[in-house]
Design a protein around this ligand. Structure first.
Ligand SMILES: C[S@@+](CC[C@H](N)C(=O)[O-])C[C@H]1O[C@@H](n2cnc3c(N)ncnc32)[C@H](O)[C@@H]1O
Length: 512
């Protein structure tokens, strides 16, 4: 970068002004290139977008061709729109005199789940329109499905300080800047930090950038929230590892290091949110293995969204590296298989971790949940951590508590056509993990009465009378089901509404 800091800021201010003036926003780009063009882009092809833009030479079309489609545009058009010389000095564009090409991808985004929008600077995708190029070792990834997942599982309550570990393009830090007083973003890669600083300047955000591995650059500091989409791919060591996806650890050691290292850098009550891979090793229970990573005083919930056998996993990541059709493809495949065999890895899980430094006894829960969810799931994942403590209550505590059923539950009655009495009642959540359960009349009756007014014990007595059952029998029948529903966040004790969010009356929770 050959500009002073104030010169750099002024160029970024100009660029932002052009983007706003020309309508270079997520909505307007999709409107210009159409849904098919957008879908084509997500498959790393630009034909659909080019066809949609045919005949247009306005500012928005020029910005899309230049920064999104990796295409050359006439210098005269670019010069009438952009501060070209300054962008050349920042090494953001190249020109041969007649045409201009962008050296980076700049893409508008709009995340409707938390209302964050802006622009993200990253490297161009390595393989576009059928060119299967190898990725460069310091390639900086744009917004990927894993980036979007992490944004949706990260707790969005107001916090004093937040850390984005492995910031890459800076996408997580943009989200964090909306609800954290102070945001620190770290990365091992110099190029990632350079592009992230462009992202932050373009969005007019103040984010502190630090270079180094994992927690090294923030060793003496602590945060209210840490989020990370680390380089989690489990791959054999190579001389030229792809920094955006592979760490220098054996197996899934980098994921483990992110999790174990967080405890020391989290303030009390602080939370960690991570997306990543973990190994399924022969002869080892995966949940037990993950639970051994949980640091002292922390409680965590691992949600496995997908599990791939080793072949599918290797094929996906060899393709991602641009190795399809390369002479060494088979050799690389075999090396990977040998590596997995040596570590006894028989499958790889992809999922989320939400962890809170509660100061309570260390605990973790792991669940395979490959089903559709209602994003953003962050609140529900955090609620699962709180629920761990309530589901441990004694029977007496469970019966004395006044439970409230979650909002957003609907009931589906299953019966053959023309038959009045349902064979089954399905209760379905429309938020968070979008869980569903089949309930019999007793459980449905009990849950329907859980509005925080009466204790569970009183509800059981009333429902037992209605069903003409001894209360003790109904209690035995329902109590374990209720305990499981508490763990799965269907029921909370003494619920209050704070700013439209669900919170728990700590006093009640502590005294029951
Ligand atoms: C998968 S990308 C995630 C980028 C971005 N946070 C997102 O959500 O899209 C992983 C990032 O971690 C960085 N990284 C790799 N090894 C690291 C390490 N040991 N410590 C910190 N960051 C690292 C990479 O350079 C890359 O930018």
């Amino acid at each position: 970068m050959l500009l002073t800091m104030s010169g750099f800021r002024s160029v970024m201010d100009q660029l932002r002004a052009v983007f706003l003036e020309e309508g270079f926003s997520a909505d307007q780009v999709i409107e210009a290139i159409g849904q098919s063009g957008q879908a084509d882009l997500s498959r790393n092809h630009t034909f659909g977008a080019h066809v949609a833009l045919e005949g247009r030479d306005d500012g928005l079309a020029t910005l899309i061709r230049l920064f999104v489609l990796q295409a050359s545009v006439p210098s005269s058009l670019a010069a009438s729109l952009l501060p070209l010389q300054a962008l050349q000095r920042l090494e953001l564009v190249d020109t041969d005199g007649r045409t201009v090409r962008a050296r980076v991808d700049i893409r508008p985004f709009d995340d409707q789940t938390d209302g964050t929008d802006g622009w993200v600077v990253s490297d161009h995708a390595a393989s576009v329109d059928g060119h299967l190029d190898r990725s460069l070792p310091d390639h900086v990834l744009g917004v990927s499905p894993a980036s979007v997942s992490l944004a949706q599982i990260t707790d969005r309550r107001l916090v004093g300080s937040a850390l984005d570990l492995g910031t890459g393009s800076g996408i997580q830090a943009i989200h964090l800047a909306r609800h954290a007083g102070q945001v620190v973003a770290t990365d091992l890669s110099r190029r990632a930090l350079d592009l992230a600083s462009l992202t932050f300047a373009l969005n007019d955000l103040k984010v502190e950038l630090c270079q180094g591995s994992l927690y090294e650059p923030v060793d003496q500091r602590s945060f209210d929230l840490i989020c990370s989409n680390p380089p989690y791919v489990i791959a054999p060591p190579t001389k030229q590892r792809l920094v955006y996806r592979e760490g220098a650890f054996e197996g899934d050691g980098l994921m483990q290091a992110v999790i174990t290292g967080a405890a020391q850098r989290l303030n009390s009550g602080g939370s960690l949110h991570v997306v990543g891979n973990w190994a399924h090793c022969s002869g080892q229970d995966w949940a037990q293995r993950l639970s051994s990573w949980m640091p002292a005083g922390c409680q965590g919930f691992f949600v496995e969204r997908e599990r791939l056998d080793v072949f599918e996993y290797i094929e996906i990541w060899l393709a991602d590296a641009g190795l399809i059709g390369q002479p060494d493809y088979q050799e690389q495949y075999q090396r990977w298989l040998d590596y997995f065999a040596a570590l006894r890895i028989e499958a790889v899980g992809l999922g989320w971790l939400t962890m809170v430094k509660t100061g309570r006894p260390t605990r973790s829960r792991s669940q395979s949940w490959p089903f559709p969810v209602a994003q953003p799931v962050a609140d529900d994942l955090m609620a699962h951590i709180q629920a761990m403590n309530w589901s441990d209550w004694s029977d007496e505590q469970m019966l004395a508590a006044h439970w409230t059923l979650a909002d957003n539950v609907s009931q589906e009655l299953i019966a053959p056509i023309g038959v009045a009495d349902p064979q089954a009642v399905i209760l379905r959540r429309h938020d968070g993990l979008a869980r569903a359960i089949e309930a019999d009349a007793a459980l449905a009756g009990v849950l329907g009465a859980c509005d925080g007014e009466l204790s569970l014990e009183s509800i059981l007595v009333a429902v037992a009378q209605l069903l003409d059952l001894p209360a003790a029998e109904l209690t035995t029948q329902v109590l374990d089901q209720v305990r499981k529903l508490v763990a799965d966040t269907w029921l909370t004790p003494g619920v209050t509404k704070i700013d439209g969010r669900t919170g728990v009356e700590a006093e009640l929770a502590d005294t029951v």
